[in-house]
Design a protein around this ligand. Structure first.
Ligand SMILES: [Zn+2]
Ligand SMILES: [Zn+2]
Length: 361
């Protein structure tokens, strides 16, 4: 469970990506077990009798700590990066730093939800990331997921490039975190749906994933989404294939729970009398793991409207430019069900994450 990240010395709030306290300049490292910042002295700190070190990618803005017994000198997040730009490609590495920040946020959220993360170097089909740039050697990097490995195009961390794509594809929202949340949805569909009855239920909601994906892509890029796509789907892209509908909806589950969690940690709540939104106050929760989906969707309906109003007051487009129609709510309910069915405790997650690498299986 996250709590407000603070500087251990002066108690100032610090953003998740901080390397130093903005108030007292202390050098900080983030400890994923306690979800807290610790002060670093000569690149190390002691936590509960054990040494934790700065990640070897700290020069590339990684602020996570590495356990002394962890394999290699990389933190858990950096270890999940299977491929990255070459060491001399500093332009691409700068973009990598930005994308790794989004990835660390994703991993913390997956942890908070109690989802298992089995690293790619421990098990075939485990989670890993190929973070490469289309700008590096002119070869187009295709965003996608295959057998646990998520590939992202770092060139998209350039705002003008991503924004141009967003406009061309007619998408209301396009971010690196959004890409990560979508692609990890593909990974968890295979991890969480383990029996035939779950798959049958899934097909009833999202369609048959055994239909040709190749044909679906060809059709989508030739004809686009059906005109009435919004009656059943969260986005145009979701109409392409059952795999994509699941991943798109999964990404929204992460958008919604992640944003409500942040609101809860800050202490934001809507006062019914003031907001004139409905009869009772809206108090977002850090975790909806034990709540019915209706509570989650209800809180989000009002909170997202509030956040949209905040954005508009700054001249931005809506924070959440989507409408959750009934069929989409049913799909989200299914995802809520499979995500919350058997959440792992932090100890269980760590046991998997820090299982020694290269262990004979
Ligand atoms: Zn401080
Ligand atoms: Zn790292």
């Amino acid at each position: 469970m996250s709590s407000q990240p603070r500087c251990p010395y002066c108690r100032q709030f610090v953003y998740l990506d901080a390397l130093r306290c903005p108030n007292c300049s202390a050098e900080l490292g983030f400890h994923i077990v306690t979800r807290q910042f610790y002060g670093l002295r000569q690149g190390r700190t002691e936590i509960e009798g054990q040494n934790w070190y700065a990640c070897s990618n700290r020069d590339w803005a990684c602020n996570w700590l590495v356990w002394e017994n962890a394999p290699a000198g990389r933190c858990f997040s950096c270890r999940l990066t299977r491929r990255r730009p070459a060491a001399d490609d500093t332009v691409a590495l700068e973009k990598l730093a930005k994308t790794e920040e989004a990835k660390r946020r994703l991993l913390l959220q997956l942890g908070d939800l109690g989802l298992p993360i089995i690293p790619w170097d421990l098990e075939k089909g485990g989670l890993g990331f190929d973070l490469l740039s289309s700008l590096s050697d002119g070869k187009q990097v295709r965003i996608g997921h295959a057998n646990g490995i998520i590939t992202l195009d770092l060139a998209e961390s350039l705002d003008d490039r991503r924004e141009a794509l967003r406009v061309r594809l007619g998408e209301p929202y396009r971010t690196m975190l959004g890409h990560l949340r979508h692609e990890v949805g593909h990974y968890y569909q295979n991890v969480l749906l383990s029996d035939e009855s779950s798959w049958a239920q899934c097909r009833g909601l999202f369609g048959d994933e055994r239909e040709s994906y190749k044909d679906a892509i060809a059709r989508h890029y030739k004809l686009g989404a059906p005109a009435d796509w919004h009656v059943n789907f969260i986005s145009e892209y979701a109409t392409m294939h059952a795999w994509e509908d699941f991943a798109e909806t999964f990404a929204h589950y992460l958008h919604i729970t992640g944003t409500l969690q942040t609101a809860a940690v800050i202490g934001i709540h809507l006062d019914a009398a003031v907001s004139n939104l409905r009869d009772t106050d809206v108090e977002p929760l850090e975790s909806y793991g034990r709540e019915p989906i209706q509570r989650l969707l209800n809180d989000w309906e009002w909170m997202s409207q509030a956040f949209n109003r905040i954005n508009r007051s700054m001249g931005f487009s809506d924070l959440y430019p989507f409408t959750l129609v009934e069929p989409v709510r049913e799909k989200l309910a299914f995802i809520h069900d499979i995500v919350t069915r058997a959440p792992l405790s932090p100890q269980e997650q760590l046991a998997i994450a820090f299982r020694p690498a290269h262990e004979p299986t």
